[in-house]
Ligand binder design. Structure first.
Ligand SMILES: Nc1ncnc2c1ncn2[C@@H]1O[C@H](COP(=O)(O)OP(=O)(O)OP(=O)(O)O)[C@@H](O)[C@H]1O
Length: 673
């Protein structure tokens, strides 16, 4: 069985065994749904987990993981092969983390906690730890916590209170204020505390008729240096049973659960982002993106050992496939989707959710989108041109005032040489991700706002943005994580302050421009305005998206006044939705459909812009957006000034693209009333 050779986190899967309650026919059918292939003669020793019925060639996707335990393989085996080695590390002073995650009902609790007569990994580990502690005279204590709607609660205290996280940035240590540590001497004591507590929590929820909330449940086993009450902590082992992943799109319950669901999914992504960054040896590790990753920080980073267990449901489950996809991505710190995936499976490779605005810029820079969308994004972003200008000026100053300090051999790029860094960042980015495409191209926008770009120019724009994003990221490394990796290029505090200021300036001005809550007109008014503009576009030859024939492509200026004068129509080129250049003069149908698709895109943009900027009251005027969704939208906007960049982002608020189109049709219909 292959180890994760040098990588921090080992990412494995466990296919849930059949339960006695499931009828034979279900078992037979689901037996075909997931299959595991161990590549012969491949010394990488990874496995590929395939979804779909191979006998009918309806294969949906294959994902490469470090290992996968079959239905028949139990917790005992996983314990001896995977967890026992980590216990040795804990007794050598390291921290370790074992996480079970997966779709709802995929066997996470069964894996971590176990069931009657079938102990889970945490119970088996505790038995082993207690026996080693007895031999080596070490004190063992446990803490249990629960993360509910991004708040952590102590699970062992009689009156469950909130736990706060104190981060000692200088040493990368975490202190969990308000979290009890209870010494444990026997497995019976442990089971009483750990298992009965989980059950009593469920009981109490029933008694007070609380709705059943899904939460992440964590157990920390602390190993101390000696067995005195004042003994110092030595190593700790974490077990986390994550709340089940569920695609927000399929949720039919109320908005409360929708919000809860979104928070759960976000924290699952956040954890994978951390594991991804650690496995890829990234300099920036986004621990601060969720409560869970903040709590686990000192048991994920540094010398800690990580075991990620993807629990897969044997029955048909799209969510299981998505979890495997996510797992394979974090497995090697790069996407390991095997190319036979269908289009649908590919579409499931979504960008990770990162909340801060600058991180969302990074995310958008690594997500592949057609050029039509890029142009749309460019148009949207033209609005923040002014802020980008000012922000960049500060940012440039920040870059130029930096001095090269301690840099590893591999990364020994002088920081004042911005272009070298850029090239390096771009090359790395290009290597890491199959395509860098969707971008916010503020460099280019400064000069060519509302202009259409050829593929080449868009690529230039991509590089320019990657440059800014990457450099900002490099600068920000010291802001959040400078203790984590000593090879991180250091930037003097002056530069750092300036870069932060630049970032804040961009964010602040974006907010000013985009989040003008008081003045946000209702969407129907905006659409009316847009519709008028579009009529104008139809009646006048030059438009903001048209480009002259290729022979005299010029990007100087936006709209030529000369072109407004009546003259014999010249061939006009237009970029349509599919990134094709359409000569509008020779085929009126093509011209019409290109314009129509652009109009549709503009309407979608307008709708997204409305969600990104409207006041709560205005948001509520939209069909499908009630009080709770409006509140959630405002919450998302607090995390990122522009949370909705394309229709896919609306899944965040539980709306499918289809629902949105329905809403928009209604809004457009009203324009003609
Ligand atoms: N390997 C297995 N063998 C037999 N039964 C199993 C196995 N794994 C899980 N089960 C059973 O399947 C059911 C669901 O498992 P479990 O509660 O562990 O899922 P979960 O992923 O924790 O669910 P949730 O997302 O609701 O927290 C339980 O009845 C459990 O006993």
């Amino acid at each position: 069985m292959g180890r994760n050779r040098g990588r921090k986190a080992r990412v494995i899967a466990k296919i849930k065994g059949f339960t006695d309650l499931e009828p034979e026919s279900v078992n037979e059918a689901s037996g075909k749904w997931i299959s595991v292939h161990r590549p012969k003669g491949d010394d990488s020793e990874t496995v590929s987990v395939s979804f779909g019925d191979e006998s009918t060639s309806s294969r949906k996707g294959s994902y490469e993981l470090d290992y996968c335990y079959d239905r028949s393989e139990g917790n005992d085996l996983i314990f001896s092969k995977e967890v026992k080695p980590l216990i040795e590390d804990v007794f050598n002073g390291y921290n370790a983390t074992v996480v079970a995650y997966g779709a709802r009902g995929s066997g996470k609790t069964f894996t971590i906690q176990g069931s009657e007569g079938k102990p889970g990994l945490a119970v088996l580990a505790m038995a082993e730890i207690l026996s080693i502690a007895e031999e080596s005279s070490k004190l063992i204590a446990i803490s249990c916590y629960e993360i509910l709607k991004d708040h952590a609660y102590d699970h062992l205290a009689p009156a469950r209170h909130e736990v706060s996280i104190l981060e000692d940035d200088a040493h990368g240590k975490i202190q969990l204020k308000g979290l009890s540590q209870v010494p444990v001497k026997s497995i019976e004591e442990f089971q009483k505390l750990y298992l009965s507590n989980q059950n009593s929590h469920k009981q109490s929820q029933k008694i007070i008729a609380e709705p059943h909330h899904r939460s992440h449940k964590g157990l920390i086993i602390h190993v101390f240096r000696g067995n005195e009450s004042n003994a110092l902590p030595f190593g700790k082992m974490n077990f986390v049973d994550l709340a089940g992943y569920e695609d927000a799109k399929r949720k039919s319950t109320g908005s409360d659960n929708l919000l809860e669901n979104n928070k759960i999914n976000k924290s699952i992504y956040a954890l994978h982002n951390v594991v991804y960054a650690l496995n890829a040896n990234e300099r920036y590790v986004p621990y601060r993106e969720s409560k869970l990753t903040r709590i686990l920080r000192d048991s994920l980073g540094g010398t800690s050992k990580i075991l990620m267990i993807t629990c897969l449901n044997s029955s048909f489950c799209q969510d299981s496939m998505y979890m495997a996809n996510l797992a394979s991505r974090s497995c090697k710190g790069s996407s390991k989707t095997i190319p036979d995936s269908t289009k649908k499976a590919k579409s499931m490779v979504r960008p990770m959710v990162v909340s801060s605005s600058r991180k969302s810029r990074l995310v958008s820079a690594t997500t592949s989108k057609p050029i039509g969308n890029r142009v749309r994004v460019l148009e949207n972003k033209a609005n923040v041109k002014a802020s980008a200008l000012k922000g960049r000026k500060l940012f440039d100053e920040a870059c130029h005032s930096t001095k090269p300090k301690k840099v590893s051999q591999k990364e020994s790029l002088p920081l004042e040489n911005v272009s070298t860094i850029t090239e390096h960042a771009i090359q790395k980015e290009e290597k890491d991700s199959s395509s860098i495409s969707e971008v916010v191209v503020s460099h280019t926008q400064e000069h060519f706002p509302l202009q259409a770009f050829s593929a080449e120019e868009s690529d230039m724009a991509v590089k320019a943005t990657t440059q800014e994003t990457k450099i900002l990221d490099k600068v920000n490394v010291t802001d959040e994580d400078d203790n984590h990796d000593k090879a991180t290029p250091n930037i003097d505090s002056n530069a750092k302050a300036l870069s932060i200021e630049a970032d804040q300036t961009i964010d602040k001005e974006n907010n000013l421009l985009l989040v003008n809550k008081e003045a946000s007109p209702p969407i129907s008014a905006r659409l009316q305005e847009l519709s008028n503009n579009l009529k104008l576009l139809y009646s006048s030859t030059p438009s903001c998206v048209e480009i002259p024939p290729k022979t005299d492509v010029s990007f100087e200026g936006q709209v030529s006044t000369e072109a407004l004068e009546p003259k014999t129509p010249e061939p006009r080129l237009l970029i349509n939705d599919k990134s094709e250049i359409v000569d509008t003069s020779c085929n009126s149908w093509k011209a019409f459909s290109a314009r129509s698709s652009r109009m549709k895109n503009s309407l979608v943009d307008e709708y997204l812009r409305f969600l990104n900027t409207a006041s709560k009251e205005d948001l509520k005027r939209l069909k499908g957006i009630g009080e709770k969704r409006a509140t959630y939208i405002l919450e998302l906007r607090e995390e990122s000034p522009e949370p909705f960049k394309d229709l896919d982002d609306l899944k965040e608020i539980g709306l499918s693209a289809k629902q949105i189109k329905g809403i928009m049709k209604k809004e457009i219909g009203e324009l003609y009333n």
